[in-house]
Ligand binder design. Structure first.
Ligand code: PRX
Length: 634
């Protein structure tokens, strides 16, 4: 069984050992899984050319570990519990045996449709059980899944599909979110029309009753395709370093990059971290509210919990439908024991009033988790008092798409908790702070750039199709270390607080947006000459998007123009990337070499005119005065 740390003394001992002898530590963890063939060597990792290999020579299939392995002891245990958007609709649950059967059927359907090991498949689906089943079906046959969040636009979907050179898109006809119905298949049709020549088949899962547009050459209904498939599907033997999935995420420059994770290391790390961070016990019912379109859903709705033999809950809807008590209603209904959500959701629900959680019996909750963005102190205390009743420790988990799993977090009931602090590293993880020159920032009560020293099993292997980019973004800046892109502080007791991104990445409601990506989208509007986008503090979303725009639209009706800009961004990326605020400017502050001074724009967007630095060296210092004036600050 995977190690589950029980107390502080054990954490300290295990941590020290794991850093001193990572090979021995990870070998012991990996040993608890089903391998077709054991590894020859625990790791071969080189950060210089980013050649990361764990469990070298090992052979396995992750779905055998998520499903088949549990059949002798957990065949009738609920694996997946699905709560529908509409609270009056039926809850659907799958036991481990039923989930295995469903995954095998879906895997056979993929094979019957020409999919073989190594093919890439885009999954563009809402939060329905079939999405989890399709993820696992891909893994069963060695196809590489790339889940695209169903809120992304046709253009964003087409970009990702083409970058991955995917052979198939799996989608649904519609997506139900609160009172809204989103025409998912119509968006896929649009993406295919934009151009996805690699796509041979579109498989469609039926949710609605309405007729939808149909392309007879490539579209197929899943219920037709899956009907006669066998419930037995031999799992494909995968090398530990074969690709498991690609997940696109935004960086500070260029298009979103496809973060690649592989089979063996990801399996070992997500299971280990899940069991320890949530202290999962056999009877527990664990719920993570994330969407499977993001890494949190991959690692801590599907893989981590299933690898650990847990009952994992999946929710189709939104926190405020039919009312702001929905999350708490679900917690009470299913007697949730571990509840994992994002600070944005906590802030939004806090703003709806204390009477919502007070209506429900939340006494089953033992552990509360947060992820995706810094949690402010007020929200932390509300979560602690109103949801956890001060009895459920909060695990403020820090990690990234690239890290594959949680790296820095309190362990509930084991290490202490402090508002806003992700606190301590998990075993095998060695975080350090460095200054901009790469010098170690030692001691306590200090700030620096957060790096990770040693390799860990679930770390990024490459960015799909562009290994150089992976090297440059994460490994080149500080030799021998993985650079996270985050700034952090270490307190007097050595706890770590992650402050936020130090690059041009904005974290909106826990979703990563690259400033360049949003600017490129805005620039698609015919009347935009140039734009600059920055993040600014936002009460609910953590960060909002502020866009400065130069336009040739002289007689602009700005309300309409701004609306058009927002629609342009929604079309290019998706509604989550729409700017919250827009200012028309006659120029952007630039250095003499033409670089936009985002630090100045960031401060002004935050209504802070202090310490703008020496603006006299700018190409156009007068523009700063103009922008400040328009913003109404001095
Ligand atoms: O800035 C950090 C922030 O989210 C970034 C990673 O985003 P993404 O890859 O989308 O993954 C989110 C879910 C794992 C990080 O670089 N972040 C994540 N967790 C925390 C956080 N910031 C502060 N505290 C956290 N607990």
């Amino acid at each position: 069984m995977t190690l589950q740390i029980k107390d502080l003394a054990e954490y300290e001992k295990v941590y020290a050992e794991s850093i001193k002898d990572p090979e021995a530590f990870w070998a012991a963890q990996a040993d608890t899984f089903t391998w077709r063939k054991k590894w020859d060597k625990i790791k071969e990792c080189n950060f210089d050319d980013v050649n990361i290999n764990w469990f070298v020579g090992g052979k396995l299939n992750i779905t055998e570990n998520c499903l088949d392995r549990h059949i002798p002891s957990r065949a009738n245990k609920t694996a997946l519990l699905w709560e529908p958007n509409n609270p009056d609709d039926e809850v659907i649950s799958y036991t481990y045996q039923e989930l295995l059967n469903a995954v095998c059927k879906a895997a056979n359907m993929l094979k019957a449709n020409g999919i073989t090991k190594g093919d890439r498949i885009i999954l563009y689906m809402p939060m329905v059980p079939e999405l989890a089943i399709m993820v696992l079906a891909c893994a069963r046959i060695g196809a590489i899944h790339s889940v695209v969040f169903a809120g992304f636009s046709a253009q964003a979907l087409a970009d990702r599909t083409q970058d991955a050179q995917a052979k198939m898109i799996v989608c649904s006809d519609i997506n139900r979110r609160g009172t809204k119905i989103i025409p998912v298949k119509a968006i896929v049709d649009e993406a295919v029309a934009i151009g996805c020549p690699s796509v041979e088949t579109v498989l469609v899962h039926q949710i609605g009753q309405e007729d939808i547009a149909w392309n007879h050459t490539i579209d197929k209904w899943i219920h037709h395709e899956v009907k006669d498939m066998s419930e037995v599907c031999e799992a494909e033997e995968m090398d530990a370093e074969d690709m498991l999935f690609i997940l696109y995420t935004s960086g500070s420059t260029g298009k979103p990059k496809g973060v690649v994770h592989t089979c063996g290391g990801y399996m070992v790390y997500t299971c280990f971290s899940f069991k320890n961070v949530f202290q999962y016990k056999e009877e527990d019912v664990y719920w993570c509210t994330a969407d499977i379109g993001w890494i949190t859903g991959h690692s801590y709705i599907i893989y981590g919990p299933l690898l650990a033999g847990a009952t994992t809950v999946m929710f189709e809807g939104v926190p405020t439908y039919p009312d702001a008590g929905r999350f708490w209603n679900i917690c009470a209904k299913h007697k949730i024991t571990q509840f994992y959500t994002a600070p944005t959701a906590i802030r939004a629900l806090m703003a709806c009033g204390d009477h919502w959680p007070e209506e429900y019996d939340l006494s089953s909750i033992k552990v509360l988790g947060t992820v995706g963005e810094p949690i402010n102190e007020e929200a932390w205390h509300w979560y602690n008092e109103k949801i956890g009743k001060k009895k459920a420790p909060i695990v403020d988990t820090w990690w990234q798409t690239e890290t594959g799993g949680i790296l820095i977090t309190p362990l509930p009931g084991i290490t202490d908790t402090k508002p806003c602090y992700a606190s301590y590293p998990l075993p095998g993880i060695e975080p350090v702070l460095v200054d901009s020159e790469g010098e170690l920032v030692e001691g306590n009560n200090v700030e620096g750039l957060l790096c990770i020293n040693q390799a860990w099993p679930s770390m990024i292997r490459t960015t799909y199709g562009d290994h150089e980019r992976c090297k440059n973004v994460y490994f080149k800046m500080f030799k021998g270390r993985y650079f996270t892109g985050d700034g952090a502080r270490r307190d007097e007791d050595g706890r770590i607080r992650v402050i936020g991104r130090v690059d041009d990445v904005i974290n909106v409601s826990g979703h990563r947006m690259g400033t360049a990506e949003v600017e490129n989208a805005i620039n698609e509007h015919p009347n935009v000459i140039e734009s600059a986008v920055v993040g600014f503090p936002h009460e609910i979303k953590g960060q909002g998007i502020y866009a400065y725009i130069i336009t040739d639209q002289k007689e602009a009706v700005f309300a309409d123009f701004f609306n058009e800009i927002k629609q342009t961004v929604a079309k290019e990326i998706g509604p989550i990337a729409k700017p919250d605020d827009i200012m028309v400017v006659s120029g952007l502050p630039k250095t003499r070499s033409g670089k936009i001074m985002r630090s100045i724009l960031r401060k002004i967007a935050a209504n802070d005119a202090s310490n703008l630095g020496d603006i006299s060296t700018l190409l156009n210092p007068e523009i700063v005065t103009e922008i400040k004036k328009t913003k109404g600050i001095n």
